[in-house]
Design a protein around this ligand. Sequence first.
Ligand code: SF4
Length: 188
Amino acid sequence: MDKKDTGRTAVLLERVGRLINQEAHADGLQPVQWEALRYLDRANRFSRTAAALTAYLGLTKGTVSQTLKALEGKALIRKQQDKKDRRSNHLVLTARGRRQLDRDPLAATASALDSLPKPTQRALAAGLSEFLNSRLDAQQRQPFGQCSDCQYFARKHQDGNPHYCQLLKERLNAADSKAICFEQRPAD
Ligand code: SF4
């Protein structure tokens, strides 16, 4: 590919991003509010905090704080005090928040992707994932990848449930292994 081709690809990405963003003004929520709900649905228990969400979104603390306030006001999330550290709070999706995600406007994009031939779907997923990781890396931002792909993930460990995190020294179950994490570092 020459520079003209990559320039066209960049414009395609920009247009896809705009389409997704336009559809994300749905059900009385802003695109960033949907992103926060999706994040809380996918993040593991160590990562459901305002600080981790701020790093994930790459926005200012103030913007994220306003986003969380709006979601709390709509009773879609709630704060839960950490049992070990009373000064910190975890963010939890409420039952209403989970029902809201059943109407996620991003489902239209997932459905459109599903109608593409399987090899195209696989190539898109692999290419976009590689591209996103290289952009995040260039900006020194965390990848927030899946736990089972992390260098600290120990599958079926003797102290696990059945898996184990060698960084946080915590037991992990099957659902944890599929969640995304603030501390995730891709395995080589
Ligand atoms: S193994 Fe990695 S991704 Fe999983 S909880 Fe530990 S640090 Fe996070």
